[in-house]
Design a protein around this ligand. Structure first.
Ligand SMILES: Cc1cc2nc3c(=O)[nH]c(=O)nc-3n(C[C@H](O)[C@H](O)[C@H](O)COP(=O)(O)OP(=O)(O)OC[C@H]3O[C@@H](n4cnc5c(N)ncnc54)[C@H](O)[C@@H]3O)c2cc1C
Length: 547
């Protein structure tokens, strides 16, 4: 019992949203997992959902973001240290995520993709983890994605792989071979260009046992990772390298952390500016093939951006709905006020589309090694889905924040943190326009494949409202692509893909509503304007979070 105030009683505040089963309370997630071949993992996903939805985890996430990482450049005697200290709460999340395999469960012991539905199962966990603590997922996603790029240099990959796939988090600052588990980061962006990595000025000179890298990176997140995939100009052109924190002789490598970025959000995670002073590195892939090599990693981190932004939306919706079910205004619960109900139902419909879309895309990654159409689907749709979901998330979280009124805006609750976090997924790993360019590249590379992917999606969605007309506009675009229209086409593509996914996982009425309200009805930019009947609203809200 909390002590009463002398002056007033506290009432009509929603109870804390904690000790929630993040899987069992999320019907659209359960349906999407089952529809994409991972129903057999439901029990372990429910255990994960209960563990991550515990009050203690939610509080640890707050603490990890309030006590931000600190750079320790030197020791007491003036020697360089270049280490970053994190709060124990951050380490707790790293240990939890690595124990659950979020950093590597999609790879087999041989570095090849693990059998289906590994991608779907791991992403379902990633989606739940993103609802709780977002910052630590940066090194987690980079570690898992790095294996994709390391495939270009099997000898290097095979030496590191047992440490990468280890489920043990080892935060000690020691050479990688002495540690029980390691994490990997990535450095591409320089001061003069992030998107345009060909403008990289960092140089790589061949040495006896590897290369010496000299230059800088303007963004290098999670600088306490044990090694980094970096791009640098070798004699044969832009090349991918793996730079460990320690040289093979056990001395610290010349990776100098200049300062930590003061970021809008993503505060539990450190993002640094670094210089390399003839730092040791191994080449990964051929000289001159740096972009082609590292793109194997980036494709996977882009997928994770979409999954985690869908997670942000899910958590924001759950918080909003929970609050509105408990808060009364004018003697009526907010959830029963018609205009608020319209807002919540429209947001629930949006999350139905988002979760179905990302899980179906994960299924494509699962099937890609043995199914060429699924491989083409993953290639074409990953940038489209990243574009769509990561751009929807900030506006979505803002609307959810408003559902909580003033409480949404203060740091005691989670919405303020989610709001500051949301834009980053749209910016890093290729910003919005860059995703549009990447879809264009996929279409130009193989118009037939793009058409085949669209055709497959239409087989399931062709009868839904607005789909035929939208598909015609996409086909016109495929025939005559134009950068200035790319955003419009990418959005249309993502919506058709969402509908295809929902056709397999959501109730038909929900899929129909999504098609009608997203493709046919003229919409305002704000949530709450979709024309949904009372029965539809009730169904959506109950699926989103059982009352
Ligand atoms: C918190 C945080 C952490 C990060 N961590 C890392 C990291 O660990 N490693 C790393 O390498 N990078 C990291 N980055 C950098 C990030 O990947 C880049 O900021 C991003 O790729 C954009 O590059 P840029 O900042 O150089 O912007 P620019 O490349 O200058 O782009 C600016 C804008 O122009 C748009 N644009 C670019 N080209 C075109 C075009 N042809 N047509 C139309 N529009 C275009 C882009 O979409 C973008 O909106 C991080 C960034 C942030 C915010």
């Amino acid at each position: 019992m909390t002590a009463a105030f002398e002056t007033h009683e506290v009432f009509n505040q929603s109870p804390p949203f904690e000790d929630v089963d993040l899987f069992g309370s999320d019907r659209p997630l359960q349906d999407a997992v089952a529809a994409n071949g991972a129903g057999g993992a439901s029990k372990s996903l429910a255990e994960f959902g209960q563990r991550w939805g515990a009050a203690s985890m939610l509080d640890a996430a707050r603490v990890a973001n309030e006590h931000t990482p600190e750079l320790k450049s030197f020791d007491a005697k003036g020697h360089r240290r270049d280490i970053v200290e994190f709060h124990p709460a951050y380490h707790q999340f790293m240990a939890e995520s690595m124990r659950a395999g979020l950093h590597g469960a999609t790879w087999g012991d041989d570095g090849q993709p693990a059998d289906a539905p590994a991608e779907v199962v791991r992403s379902a966990r990633f989606y739940m983890a993103a609802q709780v603590e977002q910052g630590h997922l940066c090194p987690i996603t980079m570690t898992r994605a790095s294996v994709g790029a390391l495939a270009a240099e099997p000898a290097v990959r095979d030496r590191l792989l047992p440490k990468i796939l280890s489920r043990h988090y080892d935060p000690s600052f020691r050479p990688w071979w002495e540690k029980s588990g390691i994490t990997l980061g990535m450095g591409m962006t320089e001061k003069q260009g992030g998107t345009d990595v060909r403008a990289n000025t960092t140089r790589a000179n061949p040495s006896e046992d590897g290369y010496g890298i000299t230059g800088h990176k303007w963004f290098l997140s999670a600088p306490m990772c044990d090694a980094f995939l970096v791009l640098a100009q070798a004699p044969g052109g832009l090349t991918c390298f793996l730079m460990p924190r320690f040289r093979p002789d056990g001395s610290t490598n010349a990776l100098r952390v200049q300062r930590l970025k003061d970021k809008l959000g993503n505060r539990s995670n450190a993002s640094s500016e670094v210089e390399f002073a003839d730092a040791f590195a191994w080449r990964v892939g051929e000289e001159g093939k740096g972009v082609r090599t590292i793109i194997q990693m980036v494709q996977l981190t882009r997928l994770d951006c979409a999954v985690s932004s869908a997670g942000f939306m899910r958590m924001a919706l759950a918080q909003a709905l929970h609050h509105c079910r408990h808060r009364s205004v004018f003697q009526r619960r907010l959830v029963d006020q018609p205009m608020m109900r319209a807002v919540l139902a429209d947001m629930a419909l949006e999350v139905e589309g988002a979760i179905a879309l990302v899980m179906r895309l994960c299924r494509s990654f699962d099937l890609a090694p043995t199914d060429s159409l699924e491989a083409e689907r993953a290639r074409l749709l990953t940038p489209a889905v990243k574009y769509w979901i990561c751009k929807r998330a900030p506006a979505f979280v803002y609307e959810a924040m408003e559902c909580l009124g003033g409480n949404g805006y203060v740091e005691d609750g989670m919405l303020a943190r989610l709001y500051r976090e949301a834009p980053v997924n749209a910016i890093w790993e290729g910003s919005g326009n860059v995703m549009g360019l990447d879809v264009l590249r996929a279409v130009a590379r193989s118009p037939q494949s793009a058409q085949a992917v669209l055709g497959a999606m239409l087989r399931k969605t062709g009868d839904l409202p607005g789909v035929a007309e939208t598909a015609r506009s996409i086909e016109r675009f495929f025939a005559k692509p134009a950068e200035s229209h790319a955003r419009r086409m990418v959005e249309a593509l993502a919506l058709i893909a969402a509908l295809e996914a929902m056709a397999d996982s959501a109730p038909p009425e929900v899929t129909e509503s999504f098609a009608r309200t997203r493709l046919v009805d003229s919409r305002s930019a704000n949530f709450g304007t979709a024309d949904l009947g009372e029965g539809e609203a009730a169904r959506l809200l109950e699926r989103a979070l059982p009352a």
